[in-house]
Design a protein around this ligand. Structure first.
Ligand SMILES: Nc1ncnc2c1ncn2[C@@H]1O[C@H](COP(=O)(O)OP(=O)(O)OP(=O)(O)O)[C@@H](O)[C@H]1O
Ligand SMILES: [Mg+2]
Length: 326
């Protein structure tokens, strides 16, 4: 029997905070409300969801930085609460946009410093640092000071730091945030290399094409609950029998968009502000003759290019989180 490397079983987490300065009121935020999933060995599992959905909170419970309010979680069979030390030894984690590198030291010296902290001995340290530099693609740049590194290089150095102790499981929370497209592409190659090296990876991202290209399986989380789970292809099936129409409009009124949303058969409408125009992305069941009606609905606004296309993972995601009430 193949046992799961990461198991989350009905995880809950409630934050208790206070608001107000004078009349302090206590406030409860149910950040995670019954999350369950399993990740198999060597799998790259993606956790997707809107801001505030509970992704980071879930990860923090799995990496033993936060105690669950209820539910259980195990990593490599170790309970994240009772065997936290055993879990910590075997995992690595990296948060996007993280600080904590020594700017005036070289990449290599940063890694040496962290290797000391992890208690890696001299010989082992040299070998391992060499391996991780190769893995994250920083070989040849390691003697340069970090202050001269691009954001993508810094992020790769963070990943190198996170895997120095050769963990079996790696948690990456938005690793490509703020990294330019070229840097993000090589960062994705680094993430793929981790999986090729036999690691099990949990990744969060807001970039759907990234999730689509990297992940074996995904879970979509909204308002603290998992609303869909499966391979990227299976999630796309969710919108397989719908059409996506992109309409370029100039000067569309909010009221028109609202009316469009309520048009029978329209599943969702999203508006993206472009330089001169707005781009409406309209999802509807296949076969609904939408384009002809559009002119009537958006009267007053000038309509530019109209194009129908196959739904993407992003469309599936938008449909799923819209249905979840986001
Ligand atoms: N330390 C905290 N104290 C109080 N509330 C918190 C705390 N951390 C997170 N929250 C709340 O818990 C909810 C889930 O937050 P979380 O950071 O897990 O979301 P997320 O899915 O990682 O979002 P994002 O995509 O923006 O990173 C949010 O409503 C957030 O405001
Ligand atoms: Mg987060």
């Amino acid at each position: 029997m193949v046992t799961a490397v990461v198991e989350a079983i009905d995880l809950h987490r409630t934050y208790r905070t206070t608001t107000g300065t004078f009349r302090r009121r206590s406030l409860e935020v149910e950040a995670v409300r019954g999350v369950s999933f399993e990740i198999a060995e060597g799998e790259l599992f993606g956790l997707l969801g809107p801001n505030g959905a509970g992704k980071t909170t879930t990860i923090k419970m799995l990496i033993t930085l936060l105690l669950p309010t209820a539910g259980d979680a195990r990593v490599l069979g170790y309970d994240v609460v009772h065997d936290a030390r055993e879990v910590r030894k075997r995992i690595g984690y990296v948060f996007g946009g993280e600080r904590g590198l020594y700017e005036r030291l070289s990449g290599l010296d940063n890694l040496k410093y962290f290797a000391e902290l992890y208690g890696l001995s001299g010989k082992r340290q040299r070998v391992r640092i060499d391996e991780v530099l190769e893995l994250v693609g920083l070989k040849g740049r390691e003697s340069e000071r970090v202050e001269g590194y691009s954001r993508g290089m810094r992020q790769r150095l963070h990943i190198a730091r996170g895997i120095l102790h050769d963990p079996e499981v790696v948690f990456l929370d938005e690793p490509t945030i703020g990294v330019d497209p070229v840097g993000a592409r090589s960062l994705r190659a680094t993430i793929a290399a981790l999986v090729e090296a036999g690691k099990t990876v949990l990744l969060t991202t807001h970039y759907m094409f990234e999730a689509d290209s990297l992940c074996d399986r995904l879970a979509v989380i909204a308002r603290g609950r998992i609303v869909a789970e499966g391979t990227p292809a299976a999630l796309k099936e969710h919108v397989a029998d719908s059409t996506v129409v992109e309409v370029e409009v100039f000067g569309v009124e909010e009221a028109d968009v609202a009316r469009l949303r309520h048009l029978p058969g329209v599943t969702s409408v999203s508006v993206e502000e472009r330089e001169q125009a707005q781009l409406l992305t309209i999802q509807s069941p296949r076969g609904l003759e939408l384009t002809r009606q559009l002119h009537g609905f958006l009267d007053g606004a000038r309509i530019g290019r109209i194009a129908a296309r196959e739904p993407t993972l992003e469309d599936a995601y938008v449909a799923l989180v819209t249905e979840a009430g986001e």
